[in-house]
Design a protein around this ligand. Sequence first.
Ligand code: ATP
Ligand code: MG
Length: 461
Amino acid sequence: MKQATRWLKKKFIGIVSGSKADQATGSCAIPTPISIPRDEHNISRANISRNAVKVLYRLNSAGYQAYLVGGGVRDLLLGREPKDFDVATDASPEQVKSVFSNCRLIGRRFRLAHVHFGREIIEVATFRSNQESDQRGDRQLENGRILRDNVYGTLEEDAQRRDFTINALYYGVEDFSVIDYAGGIDDLKNGVIRLLGDPESRYREDPVRLLRAVRFAAKLGFVIEPATESPMRQLAALLQDVPAARLFEEVLKLFLAGAALETFEKLRHYDLFAQLFPATEEALTHEDHEFPITFVNRGLRNTDQRIQDNKPVTPAFLFAVLLWEPVRLRSDTLQASGTHPYEALQIAASEVLSEQAATVSIPKRFSYPMRDIWQLQSRFRQHNGKRPQRLQGHPRFRAAYDFLLLRAESGEVDQAEADWWTRFLERQPKGEQQQEEGQERQGRRRRRRRRKPKQPAATDE
Ligand code: ATP
Ligand code: MG
């Protein structure tokens, strides 16, 4: 990152100056585009997905404009590996479909073409325009919020309706230059997150941009410039109007990009975390020897470390960490009034998950394993006979054990408890472990066959 910033400084000092005036005011009228030729930037086709390059060439040879845009260009310029590659074109989604046999059109609110290459999908978006006057309802706004955004436009117009200056950089394979309409190169060089246009109306148009500002600031280590930053706290409540399913996707992007801890702290700083996880925020304010805060912090640090070590991270574990505090506190309260611990945890989990669904809805394929991770915690206290081996055979044992380690680290359970399990696992011969896991799975399958099919809890989503 440092190296890339140095490269950007060396290359662009004095070349890019189009947005200086706008930087002072914070507003961003689209300045004259600046084209950075191939020998003055570091993007090489070798670093771009072969499939994305193929899409660019195929669209060009069918007579359309086509550019790589967004995170692909931004991250390559910074010397980082892009997460995915997005393409923008003047071809309509239907025209894109007619160029590629491996193409599917998706989305109603924002129509897009997905070009499939095995497991890789290249997302192709038609240039959008910000034009308000639309007779056919292709662009629909309600109280300033975009409900539908399918009015197509030119490259210039497309650059204007993107979110941040650093995301409005275009790379084409016709001459391999990078086109910068909005001073994005300057902002990349200076490490600045700046919304295009008037910040308040851009947030009102799409409140998810509040989360995107935080995501990019945390992931890239950039600062949010004052005009982009100033309305954030005040507009945080706009997130209530965003569908819970979309927020689920955004939460995954926020916390699974390798900077979860930094992101969490920034979200809290801008009062955004409370909009996403109200029960957790509430629990975090009831500090108990600073315990709640450290648990979530440690869990997120652990997530970042796993990503850095290329280990898998499951959304179920992440959400189990994020919601444990309210679940634990409610379960404690229920137990204090005489409810059996097992039942108390079940009730607490159902309540918290059902309330959570109002803001960020967690699909059942993740909420079921979350419940398992929570419910298995009490079984770690049982060390007698074959119980430890049976617990070890549970498909969620590993996640539950990692969860136990986190609870011990943050002082919620005795470290000796976690150490007992660590020693137990060290004593298990590998082959035997696998055999027992297999047996446990078979046993469970048999038990499940015997049982009547269970109705999923209505409160899960
Ligand atoms: P990532 O590395 O997470 O993929 P990205 O910038 O590519 O970052 P995407 O969600 O893939 O993010 O979106 C691709 C591009 O589409 C963005 O760079 C931006 O130009 C545009 N975009 C995405 N979401 C919005 C939005 N809510 N408002 C305006 N423009 C957006
Ligand atoms: Mg992207």
